[in-house]
Design a protein around this ligand. Sequence first.
Ligand code: C2O
Ligand code: CU
Length: 459
Amino acid sequence: MMAGAGVGALALGACSGITFAGTSPLGPVTTLGLDAGQVRLDLEGTPVETWGYNGTVPGPEIRLREGETLRVPLRNGLSDPTTVHWHGISLVNAMDGAPFLTQAPVEPGAGFDYEFVVPEAGTHWYHAHVGHQLDRGLYGALIVEPRHEELSYDREYTLLLDDWRDGLDDRSEYSAGHGGHDPTGSPALPADPREWVSFGGRFYPLTLVNARPPADPYTLDVRLGERIRLRVINAAADTGFRFAIGGHRLTVTHADGMPVQHVTVDAIRIGMGERYDVLIEADAPGAWQVGVMPEGRTGYGRAILRYLDAAGSTAPPSDLRPTELDGRLLTYDDLVNTGKEETPAAGSPDRTFALTLSGTDILADGLDPTEPFLVDSGEWVRFTLRNESMKWHPMHLHGHHFRVSTPGGNGPLKDTAAVPARGGELTFDWRADNPGAWMFHCHNHYHMEDGMMRTVTYR
Ligand code: C2O
Ligand code: CU
């Protein structure tokens, strides 16, 4: 048993450099120290000073098995206080990393020991939760493997998508050549009001995949006949992306880490904080564009899917947009939950909060703007959201998964879901099964910092 755990830990160590394992009365423990500090990136020849974990952006990928314990001694080498949030994990409240709610921010030079059980498998992530720190590069993947993997695949890759501006704001050639909307101009309204529009006025010169710019792309090596699993995570602060791969379709298997009935599409749209797991069949030798297109703003990012069997093929030009980006696009209505079968008794929740998104406020019928949403342990809670604002908002509930209402009736379990702009609506139900005080906020980090956040508190 001990030897088995040790071997797993060595394999992990080979990827992340620092992981080691032990055991506790609760079972295997994975330990990974995270040092938040200064990082230097080279972005298309421009050295950029930014912030990251353990000297890298993204931070190290953390991998463990469901039911195991994760222990993370954090050291804050930044000039600002910080916390780490474990996005998508239904963990014990005290370890949630919510500043001023579950813990005081960790001062510069100080540390904090995170330790918690990860109850469920899935593609999750971790990020700083103070101010705009996430936008500087303080994020990484947190992959929880199931005890028994039901999918069969030959390789897997994790892709963290990001909008990037740090250190590049002054590069005027980017405003001209690489897109990103003009920070002084106002982008046109889209014809379809359900489109995801970001008109934050912030200017992101680059779209990165695993911190790699289009001119120096991240490459996914595959072999003919393989089945590849991709774990796609949107770690951007201010941008939703459309994602597609030239010459290949995407079979979606998980949304926000939770299993769904497999559905095959050409493209997915992924809001900030959301994750999708997709399978692709490697049946078209060559070198293909993995296209990452910001929704509602200009700019473009990419990776390369390269067949080792066709090593001679030349990579597509950096601005090539696969036609699949305009093909069949995944929507929430396409997603059918295949995980937990629980639903509210007789289809009706015990408690409903009617919420209106207005500007960057979350207004709740019958409650003052600062009042927490009080719930009782064990009950089913419904949130109905109506977006009266001009922007779309990916809303995230900490510590829980919620079931998105879809016409088919068995919607996906998610922890982050976008509400379209200008009259868009979303309803979801969740079971109050994880006591504590939890944040509910927009995952546009600028909206969150403008106050687009409420608290859910168990009585
Ligand atoms: Cu991923 Cu409160 O955030
Ligand atoms: Cu928002």
